[in-house]
Write a protein that binds this ligand. Structure first.
Ligand SMILES: [Zn+2]
Length: 439
């Protein structure tokens, strides 16, 4: 009884956690309570609808606001009752799903912590957030970038020929939010500046001015980006890039900024060895950091330089797999080996589908990096087709250089058992571990 009274007294003195939450606390909260439980690339429209049903059960407002070209429902989530209007939309490219799951986790967190965390209570009273998760449900269904008309919705901001693009513009124009969050995924082989490090997250405070001129809302967004970078740095330091900021009159991020809602672009890439859920967590941390900074005033004190000094995204310097110093035999053409590096890339597919891999480059690739690298200087590398070719599937046999092989033999693989086999992005018979330079 005494203990109960003590607890009651304690609760009345400290009714809520009044401190700002750290990135680590957001991460721990996600680890413990996230509700998205399907790998984002496997989330189809019906899965999203289940997530949204659960949000509704928690008391979050979810409405159908439009339909896709194929007639699939597009929903908007609304949370908060304050004056500052924040608009977020995800997956206008159907194969860019990470943020959709992160939004579901974010709203669940906000709704569940309204009476537990002071900053969330304050947020509820000072902002209204509207979010459209999965703006392109038809594309998401097929795991393709474009909508069912074959149009890239993010190049339709001027023509407005897609129902999804028209809806996005209508939702913005009728509500006139102060901040927009445009949520995408980028190529997993995107790198940070001159480093070979994957850009797991890239940010852009969109100007939306054809000449790139800045203004108050743009500067505010830069400061918010700085805080998101500081938060993400605790988990993915060196893996955060700045997205190209060239104005594109057909793109929604630019036009929505221009129409009066300065946009922050968040592009999720990949991080070798980490799965899609880890990137959902990074999005969750970034989103909540941004929201908290708006409500606790830290945005005003942040230094835009952290964002401005972020290295730009880079591409073309990183491959999925790099085989170094291979002794290449194109037995269909010649039995004389030549030495070269071989790079292959895996194409992006949803988690339930095997990613096809294709030869990307042959020759001196010493200036490039691979997510996985192998020293195959002691081996002959033979394509299963007998001729290594750009664009051919990455199906390789490896034979120790010391072996004598009749390359013209019929059923080469049967007659001479290879020492290692690489097929469809996997070692079906692995090289000895010492050959692995990086995996
Ligand atoms: Zn995109």
């Amino acid at each position: 009884m005494k203990l109960a009274i003590l607890i009651l007294v304690f609760l009345s003195i400290f009714p809520m956690n009044i401190n700002a939450q750290t990135a680590e606390e957001f991460a721990a909260a996600w680890d413990k309570n996230h509700v998205s439980n399907i790998l984002p690339s496997n989330v189809r429209h019906k899965d999203l609808q289940k997530y949204l049903e659960n949000l509704k059960k928690l008391g979050v407002k979810v409405d159908e606001v439009g339909r896709s070209y194929a007639g699939r429902e597009i929903h908007q989530i609304e949370w908060g009752k304050g004056a500052t209007k924040i608009f977020m939309w995800s997956q206008m490219h159907g194969d860019e799903p990470t943020a959709t799951s992160a939004l579901v986790d974010m709203f669940t967190f906000l709704q569940n912590n309204r009476d537990k965390l002071a900053w969330v209570k304050k947020l509820e009273n000072s902002v209204t957030i509207r979010a459209v998760p999965m703006l392109n449900p038809d594309g998401a269904e097929l795991y393709q970038r474009r909508n069912l008309q074959g149009i890239d919705i993010n190049r339709d901001a001027r023509n407005l020929q897609t129902p999804e693009g028209r809806l996005l513009k209508k939702l913005r124009d009728e509500w006139k939010p102060e901040i927009g969050f445009n949520l995408h995924n980028q190529n997993p082989l995107t790198t940070v500046g001159k480093t070979p490090k994957q850009a797991a997250i890239s940010l852009l405070a969109v100007s939306g001015n054809p000449k790139g001129a800045t203004y108050a809302g743009h500067e505010r967004n830069k400061r918010i980006c700085s805080l998101m970078i500081a938060a993400l740095d605790k988990f993915i330091a060196g893996h955060i890039g700045r997205y190209d900021d060239e104005y594109n009159p057909r793109a929604f991020g630019d036009r929505i900024s221009e129409w009066g809602t300065p946009v922050i672009l968040i592009e999720t890439g990949a991080l070798h060895g980490r799965d899609e859920m880890f990137l959902v967590k990074m999005n969750f941390i970034a989103n909540l950091t941004a929201l908290q900074s708006i409500v606790d005033g830290s945005e005003k004190r942040a230094d835009a330089k952290v964002y401005e000094n972020l290295p730009f995204n880079n591409s073309g310097n990183l491959y999925s797999f790099l085989f170094r110093k291979a002794n290449i035999i194109n037995y269909a053409e010649s039995e004389i080996p030549f030495v070269g590096d071989v790079a292959i890339n895996a194409e992006r597919r949803c988690a339930e589908t095997l990613s096809p891999v294709f030869v990307q480059e042959i020759g001196d690739l010493s200036v490039f990096s691979g997510l996985e690298e192998y020293d195959v200087s002691d081996y002959f590398l033979v394509s299963k087709t007998g001729r290594l070719k750009i664009g051919s599937p990455g199906e390789f046999l490896f034979y120790k250089k010391s072996r004598v092989i009749d390359w013209k033999a019929k059923d080469l693989e049967k007659k001479y058992a290879p020492d290692a086999v690489f097929s469809n992005g996997k070692w079906t018979k692995p090289l000895p571990p010492k050959a692995s330079l990086k995996s």
